[in-house]
Design a protein around this ligand. Structure first.
Ligand code: SF4
Ligand code: SF4
Length: 110
């Protein structure tokens, strides 16, 4: 599953710099992929772009946004279930020049 931010977010901003995929944006901010900008997914609260989130697979054994969020509002999105293989493939596409360990760091392996 992609991770999502619930409406309990207090806009502290702690999660944004922790994401290895720049998948987190401030409410109202356009998100970027492949040099293109896209309309904000949420106008008021920090949000996660599902197409960029790998649940931190490939880099960490725990979702880094969830690890730092003071109100525990970064949770798996039940509407976007994704297998570890899908998430790992996404990480490799987004970081073609970054070696990823085999087996990769992954929340699925802890
Ligand atoms: Fe970024 Fe990881 Fe949070 Fe997804 S789970 S938004 S990749 S920090
Ligand atoms: Fe919102 Fe939690 Fe991120 Fe702070 S760390 S901006 S409360 S999701």
């Amino acid at each position: 599953m992609a991770t999502k931010i619930t409406d309990e977010c207090i806009n502290c901003g702690a999660c944004e710099p922790e994401c290895p995929n720049t998948a987190i944006y401030e409410g109202g901010a356009e998100w970027e992929a492949d040099g293109e900008l896209h309309a904000a997914i949420d106008e008021d609260l920090y949000y996660i772009v599902p197409q960029k989130c790998t649940e931190c697979v490939g880099f960490f054994d725990q979702e880094q946004c969830a690890a730092v969020c003071p109100v525990d509002c970064c949770i798996p999105d039940p509407d976007i279930p994704e297998a570890e293989e899908v998430l790992l493939a996404r990480a490799k596409v987004m970081h073609p020049d970054t070696p990823i360990a085999d087996p990769p760091p992954s929340r699925f392996r802890t």
